[in-house]
Design a protein around this ligand. Sequence first.
Ligand code: NAD
Length: 458
Amino acid sequence: MTFPAARHAQSQWSATPVADRKAIMLAFHDLVLERQAELLDIIQEETGKSRADAFNEVMDVAITARHYAYRAARLLRPRRAKGALPVLTGTHVERAPKGVVGIIAPWNYPLSLAVSDAIPALLAGNAVVLKPDEKTTGTARLAAALLAEAGLPTDVLQILEGGADAGQRVVAECDYLMFTGSTAVGRKLAAQAGERLIGFSAELGGKNPLIVLPSADPAQAARGAVGACFSNTGQLCISVERIFVHESVADEFTAEFVAATEALRLGQAWTDDVGRLISQEHLGRVSEMVTTAVSQGARVLTGGTHEGLYYAPTVLVDVPHHADLYTREVFGPVVYIERVATIDEAVTRANETNYGLNASVWGAVRQAREVASRLEAGTVNINEGFAAAWASVDAPMGGWKQSGVGRRHADEGLLKFTEPRTVAVQRLMPLSGPSDLPRETYAKALTTALRLGKRLLR
Ligand code: NAD
């Protein structure tokens, strides 16, 4: 019943004034903040992340709800466009909802990644069928309950539980597909969406670089890099797994970075820094990638061990370029450092990847900006790891190359969930000219008009 019920509910929901939808999202914003303890508990129970990492999800959802609640009316109201013939053609662009948006979400940010795309989709008048990861359905259910409490009508948001099979039902029936997850699954779903000719966007994996410029303060960069690499236990698509440090600051940076990494506290309390990994299976994958890299010549400066599902934040050097870990996403608290002789070399290394999600540059702002403009990444953070660009929800977020298709956040993060409808009104005479005017005369008049138009219609 999921999709038929969602379709039925959507037809009424899309007739609800945008002001009412906005009020519901603002009420949801307040509820998420008020009931954060419940949300933090379930997120932590399901994922094992630290309290502070769980709070980042609450904050993210509140920011997104506020941003799109205030922005939606402006984006959705009909926009006047230049008409074909000035004065004679009146053209507007309307925005209609897609219908039922399918959202397939991963486990690593079970609140943020389930809800932050649903918010603009719902504000645009769509129903949403959300398929969370099997490991984090409790968080998705609580988020849906809070949206219902905020006033979202029944069936407008539905949760479909299950694994790949449930995901396949979403792909087969939705009118637009938003996927967050691995590049391998994203590629498969893109083909299926293409087959059905439905809109698709995807936020996929990353192997994100951090560059330390000669102008950087090595101690400050090291402290920042710790957050960039080990937040959410490295199970974060935009976190850093590769550090390229200029040789002039490399020794000092490396010493500070290793010391700051060793000072991290593992656990789940507010005072802890790094939580556990999601599962035994994932622990096996992370350990195996590190062990293999070490057997191929990598050196461990710190970490490489685990107690239960707590994997020690790990810093590697001398990772050979043919090692899997050099290019493949670990999705855990593991990073390698490589020295570079020049800034050009840092840029080349940073771009030498099939991914292009996020990058981070530390140093004097002017120099860092120049480097940023040469990086092949959807977001670049200067003197910050990932949070500054991510939390700037008015700016697009997403991946170049194999890190994604389309964008979340910004105006396009809502407009992608709509179909434009161009409505043009022709007045006084048809575009083909007055019926009593010879065609050649009209063509001459149009030629003059086109010449004038080039000067006047900018
Ligand atoms: P995954 O691709 O295995 O699973 C993601 C979701 O897709 C889950 O809900 C899963 O059940 C579903 N799924 C899996 N196979 C499917 C299929 N054949 N058909 C339909 N649905 C299917 O990813 P994961 O391991 O859960 O998450 C980790 C990956 O997600 C990492 O690569 C990470 O970089 C990426 N990620 C990206 C972003 C981003 O915004 N770019 C954010 C978080 C995670």
